[in-house]
Each structure stands twice: as C-alpha cells, then as structure tokens.
Design a protein. Structure first.
Length: 407
C-alpha cells in the first residue's frame, strides 16, 4: 500500500521515495512507489502531473489494492527517486476543490440543496444539486455566502477517524466504510469526508464566481470557478461587456435590455422575411406556370426555363434550398403539373401534382446517377443534388426528354 503524503500535506511540492516496481504498458510505464505526493484521479478531482527523476508523470491512478500508480513517458530505475509536482496544476485543483466544499455547504445551509456530484474541469468546475427549482436569487445568495467564508480566512483542517467517530464529530455525509477515514473541516462551517487536496485556510481560495446554471438529468448543474482564474474570467467578462456596450451605443448596465430589444427586432424581421419569401415563391410559381413562348416553352431572360404540357424546367437564381422547396410546393399545389427545379449551387427538386402517374423519385435517381449526384424522396416529391453545379442543366434536360418521350 502506497503512503499518501498529500493526505497530510497538500502543499508538499517535492518528495523523496523508493521505486518498488516498473512495468511497460504500451508506450508508457507503470510505476509504483513506497510513498507519493502525487494525487490520483478520484472523487471528481483530476490527477497531478510532474516528474519522477528526469521522466514525466502523465497520469496517476488508484489501483484496486490501494496502490497509487504513476504512468510515466519513460522507464525509471528501481531504488531512490525524487518526485516533483506540477505546482500550478496542483494549486488550481486545491482552490477549486475547496471552493466546491464551501459552495456545496452554502447551498445546503441556505436552501437545503444537497450536492449529488462534483466535477473539476480544466477551465471551470461544476456541482450538481438536487433541488426542485434553482433561480438567480439562489445563485446570488450562495455565491455571496461562499465568498464571506473565503474572506473570513477560516482554517481548513484534516480529520481522521472511523465512520462513527467522524459522524459524532459532525461530518455531514455518512460513509459506509470500515477503518480510518479522512474528512475535511472548515472551521465553524462544514465537515465532510474527502480524500482530496485542499487549502489550509479559506482565504487561499481567493474568490468564487458562479458562471452558469443548467438542468441535467433531473438535477441542477452549477458551473463555478475559483482563485486567479476567477479574476481573469471577471476581467474578460468586463471587457466583453464593454465591447457589447460600445457596439450597441449604450451604457454597460443597459446591455441586457438592448440585447433583448435587438433579439425581438431580429425575430420580427425573421417573421417578415418568411412572409415575403412565401409571397415571392407564390408569385414566381404563378409566373412560371402562366408564361408560354411561341414554341410552347416559357422564356425568361437570364434563366434556363421550359414549359411543355405543364412540365416546367427551371433554374432558380436564388441558391437557397429552402426557397427552392417552397417554390416547388407552391407549383405542384396546382393540378396537372410536373416540375424540374434546380439552383445554380446544384440543389435539385423533381415534383408533380397529386394524382399524376409517374415516379419523380425514380426519375431523379436515374438522372442524377450519371452526374454522381444523390437524392430521393416520394413518388410525388423528390430532392437531391449534384457535386458539380455545372451538371445542373444536363440533369434537367435529361429529365425533360424522358417526360416528353411518347408513352
């Protein structure tokens, strides 16, 4: 069993140990020591990284027999060795993990919302809370209470004892395990079992900011960040807010209202655009169905278009596939119409009025095959595309010839 130095001193950046075993696994080595300050991935907290001698420790895991496994990028020799923790990574984890304890305790103290899970990420961390509903006021109150405890710089202590002894000492979460257990105490505020690394005083957490709230699998996930990164996040938020205010020509405090108004105007513009697009499709459908040249074919400057026996072949200048589909739908709503529509970008629709004989999906697949295109649909409405837009006219001409062929 590996002696875990971080259990007693989370601020130990270097240590001396003895290598007990070294085994190669793929492109890395599995190393066990008699003692270690490296924290293995556990309880929502990621592993430490650093060095053993002159090799890099890339991952640290807990084995089933309570050994700490260090995975290195090269082999190390058995015997004495010096370990060094990546302190920047360790201290970030220390701040976030203690911040989680404080935040979870604040939600419990203020609203009786228990934490059901915790995840410490590379940039932000999260807790999942069991609660019927969480609103902005809950977040603000919990953030304020947590920062009060941080600024009071209360001592953070490690406790050891059996499950019964820790329960008697007021540890709020019961653990069903035998032997000596470990707990973390924030003086006068929280006690809970934990094997992770923590600050020695709450002031070392620095500051906590709650970033986001979302519903996840019946619980509420709260995203937060602590320490130096919270200051950087607040600065970046301030810069972003200032730039938004500049673009909107308003004060920073007015940005939410201005954004809400802009979103409302955008939605209204979207509705207007949809209405006008539908009207345009209706007008263009009527023009295509009504226009006939001297040879029985519709003609319109700048487009390829044909009408014969109410078979319309037309290339739409607008390359929007949504408009193409809308136009097709308007046209085949009229009786006795077959249409061959395309855009200059290569989208194609073959369709016909309900009740007509023929299979537009089969026709489309047949005509697209030679050009390497793909498509399909129903007997009355099929759509597809060709990878080379220059093949569009050839596809429509091929379909037109088949429809005009005597039966």
């Amino acid at each position: 069993m590996t002696e875990r130095l971080y259990y007693h001193d989370a601020f130990l950046p270097e240590f001396d140990a003895r290598v007990l075993s070294v085994n190669q696994e793929g492109d890395r080595w599995r190393v066990t020591l008699d003692r270690t300050a490296f924290y293995p991935t556990s309880g929502g907290q990621p592993h430490d990284t650093g060095t053993l001698g002159d090799v890099n420790v890339v991952e640290v895991l807990d084995s089933d027999n309570h050994e700490v496994i260090h995975f290195t990028d090269r082999a190390v020799a058995p015997g004495p060795i010096h370990g060094k923790i990546d302190w920047g990574r360790r201290f970030y984890h220390i701040q976030q993990h203690t911040g989680q304890h404080l935040l979870s305790a604040a939600f419990l103290e203020l609203f009786q919302f228990p934490t059901v899970s915790f995840h410490l990420g590379r940039d932000t961390s999260t807790i999942d809370l069991a609660a019927p509903i969480i609103e902005r006021r809950h977040l603000d109150a919990a953030e304020r209470r947590t920062n009060e405890i941080i600024f009071e710089d209360r001592p953070v202590r490690v406790l050891f004892g059996t499950a019964q002894e820790l329960a008697a000492a007021g540890v709020r979460k019961q653990v069903d395990r035998e032997g000596v257990l470990r707990a973390i105490e924030v003086e006068g505020f929280d006690r809970q079992p934990c094997g992770g690394t923590h600050v020695s005083r709450t002031g070392q957490v620095g500051l906590i900011l709650l970033r986001r709230l979302e519903k996840v699998k019946g619980n509420w996930r709260v995203e937060f960040i602590c320490g130096a990164r919270s200051g950087l996040a607040a600065h970046n938020d301030y810069v972003a807010l200032g730039e938004a205010a500049r673009l909107l020509s308003c004060a920073a405090a007015e940005v939410p209202a201005m954004v809400a108004r802009a979103l409302e105007e955008r939605q209204e513009g979207h509705r207007t655009r949809q209405r006008l697009t539908e009207e345009l499709a209706g007008v263009q459908a009527q023009l295509l169905l009504a226009t006939e040249g001297r040879d029985g074919r519709a003609s319109q400057p700048g487009v390829v278009s044909h009408v014969a026996s109410k078979v319309v072949s037309y290339i739409v200048g607008n390359s929007d596939p949504v408009f193409l589909r809308l136009l097709a739908t308007k046209m085949v709503a009229q009786p006795n119409v077959r249409i061959l529509l395309a855009t200059r970008a290569g989208q194609i629709i073959f369709a016909q009025s309900p009740g007509l004989e023929g299979d537009m999906s089969a026709l489309l697949r047949d005509c697209l095959g030679a050009g390497g295109g793909k498509g399909g649909g129903t007997r009355d409405f099929a759509q597809g595309s060709v990878p080379d837009p220059s093949r569009v006219e050839a596809v429509l001409d091929s379909a037109l010839r088949q429809l005009e062929r005597p039966t």
